[in-house]
Design a protein around this ligand. Structure first.
Ligand code: UT7
Length: 321
């Protein structure tokens, strides 16, 4: 028997307001045609003032708990991956803890931007397997709309708000169920290719997203294909054994190019970028929840998660759901 982190539930939450490309084109110098052709994005959800990273994260967490058949009191670890916390501190994880009514437990945030959920899953996996908790809530939640420069058409059309959550439970198993491998990377020398031009310790302001899109695109395809190869090699599986890939939803062209590099057909790729745009740390758990709920991903499937973002940071995880 092996102690593994098993996926026992998923959930998600989206802000009430959905904005189409055409609506965006009314206020920004862009067009539906350009956005669809270059990114695959058609809609994004934008948070209203009463919707925050913590409230969206808590809503997703409640769904994931219900799916796992657990109560907030069962949770011993809460990790929120976010680059857009409600406050500089306390951590959004402690806010989520209070909102869902979880008693004393371990709660903290992880900041790895779009790869944040992969980092959080990897940390939770390690902590569950060393006995720090029996059940963990791992949440990706973002309100990127709050840090967008709405005058900058090269970035503001690309992002959206939302949250996704999973419950991971430590269980002794005698098969290959659960998280089988995770792999994380970071290369800080590329920090100025995708960053926010403010922060508490520098400008004392929140700042706005800045990106050299073409450079990020190029690195994304190379790094994602390479980290996917690494996790598959680690567990001795080949790409044709993957049932589903749940990629970070930044750009359909990045997703297509990465799948092609691995020889994975489009039918095995979960795509939500058209509906949600890039929700940063929320994008992978949001897509995972959608595909679990609509029956595409079934119990027993081999699923691969991957993401790449600011830092640069990137990572992948393989699990049998
Ligand atoms: O989450 C991880 C981080 N993010 C990413 O992975 C994003 C990675 N990058 C990308 O997805 C793409 O590079 C973008 C979607 C950001 C841009 O696509 P691109 O094909 O690389 O376009 P580009 O930046 O080379 O721009 C092409 C043209 C430019 O015009 P000129 O200079 O050729 O006349 C831009 O000014 O498109 C123009 N443009 C726009 N036009 C209409 C840029 N943004 C827009 C816009 N609407 N919103």
């Amino acid at each position: 028997m092996t102690l593994r982190a098993i996926l026992t539930g998923t959930g998600s939450a989206l802000p009430r307001t959905r904005v189409s490309n055409a609506e965006l084109a009314d206020r920004v110098d862009t067009s539906d045609e350009w956005i669809v052709e270059r990114t695959g994005i058609r809609f994004r959800h934008i948070a209203e003032p009463d919707e925050t990273t913590a409230t969206l994260g808590a809503a997703a967490a409640k769904e994931a708990l219900a799916a796992a058949g657990l109560e907030a009191a069962d949770i011993g670890l809460i990790i929120v991956a976010t680059a857009t916390p409600d406050n500089t501190f306390p951590a959004s994880a402690t806010k989520v803890q209070a909102l869902i009514g979880a008693p004393d437990c371990i709660a903290f945030d992880v900041a790895a931007v779009c790869s944040g959920f992969l980092y959080a899953v990897s940390v939770a996996d390690s902590m569950l397997r060393t006995g720090a908790a029996r059940h963990a809530l791992v949440i990706g939640s973002e309100t990127f709309s709050r840090i967008l420069d709405w005058e900058d058409r090269t970035t503001c059309v690309l992002f959206g708000d939302g949250a996704g959550a999973v419950v991971l439970s430590a269980k002794h198993v005698d098969d290959d169920q659960g998280i089988l491998a995770t792999r994380l990377h970071a290369e800080g020398k590329y920090g100025d290719m995708l960053y926010v031009d403010g922060g508490p310790s520098t400008t004392g302001t929140v700042g706005h997203v800045r990106m050299q899109g073409r450079e990020v695109f190029r690195h994304a395809v190379t790094n994602l294909a390479s980290v996917l190869g690494e996790v598959m090699t680690e567990i001795g599986l080949s790409p044709d054994q993957i049932d589903w890939i749940v990629p970070h939803q930044a750009n359909k062209r990045i997703i297509d190019a990465t799948a092609k590099k691995l020889g994975l057909p489009a039918e095995r790729v979960v795509l939500t970028v058209d509906q949600h745009a890039n929700t940063s740390a929320a994008s992978v758990p949001l897509a995972l929840d959608l595909a679990m709920r609509d029956g595409r991903i079934k119990r027993g499937d081999l699923v691969v998660l991957e993401a790449m973002g600011g830092g640069f940071t990137w990572g992948a995880a393989v699990l049998r759901v």
